[in-house]
Design a protein around this ligand. Sequence first.
Ligand code: SAM
Ligand code: SF4
Length: 323
Amino acid sequence: MRDRFGRLISYLRLSITDRCDFRCRYCLPRSHRDFLTPREWLDPDELARITRVFAGLGVSHVRLTGGEPLLRTDIADIAQRLSTLPGIDELSLSTNASQLSKSAQRLKAAGISRLNISLDSLDAARFRDITGGDLARVLRGIDAALAAGFAPIKVNMVVMRGVNDDEIDAMVDFCLDKGLALRFIETMPVGHGGQQAQRHYLPLGEVEARLKRRFRLSPAAMHGSGPARYLQVDDSALRIGFITPQSQHFCDTCNRVRMSASGTLYLCLGQDDNVELGQLLRAGADDAQLRTAIVDAIARKPQRHDFLGAPSAVLRPMSALGG
Ligand code: SAM
Ligand code: SF4
């Protein structure tokens, strides 16, 4: 499945809830009220049905995200259903890890192959200030994921000037020590929280320059479907990824589309073009009709985001689509 710019679409990110137990400042403002009702969330059957159609069109990697995907009580059922679909080679999950200590083993058994975990600070008070969450719980979740045998686990840190950029070294040491991969992410002006966070925007070139003073960094390969550029740290196993949507956009190699918990298919994180696949499904569309709707939508995939030209364009919070 190629779009009109020749990009092969092989990766589907499924937001399975827009709710979250955290309120990360750059993502989900405390004032946000416009949540879907759980009845609007696609159920495991519906998710499996749509994913099967995508798999028939060449999608081979699915990521579960949110909101916080582990808030769904049927998460293991969803994972089991999607991981066993023909054509789906990889099922990954993005989580804040707050619920991971009790579910890591179950998720592994259900076929989740890789985890990305958000971690913006190693200081409990600061962590609470940025996310509203409990750092100790998240760290227990990371340990449980390691014990369950997830590898590699990628830690995602949104780097914000004057907020947590003094913790880059500490985060590198933490990931080296635990055997985790580390990815730095630039803030994106998605939703009100993301737009507010732009005042702390820090181009990651600065972080790379800082790290070069401490380490020898060399280009490295890393498994994944994403836009991160990876570097190896000295001769260690540590890989550091840089996700730079603003300073060096990577839209030319975009291979993905995203679906909201209610089945709205978005063609770009930084634009609003979408198609209501969930409504179509609930109105009784058959697989051929879903397939046609997807192919038509892909033909409309925008060339790139416009975070620089129109930084206020995307009003939905990042939690609606899962990053
Ligand atoms: N709740 C899960 C989590 O936090 O990993 C999954 C959903 S969250 C929206 C996915 C990723 O998006 C997280 O790594 C988060 O840090 C990132 N994110 C959210 N808002 C962002 C923003 N405005 N700019 C950059 N990254 C953002
Ligand atoms: Fe929740 Fe993830 Fe958004 Fe934080 S980044 S508020 S954990 S959805």
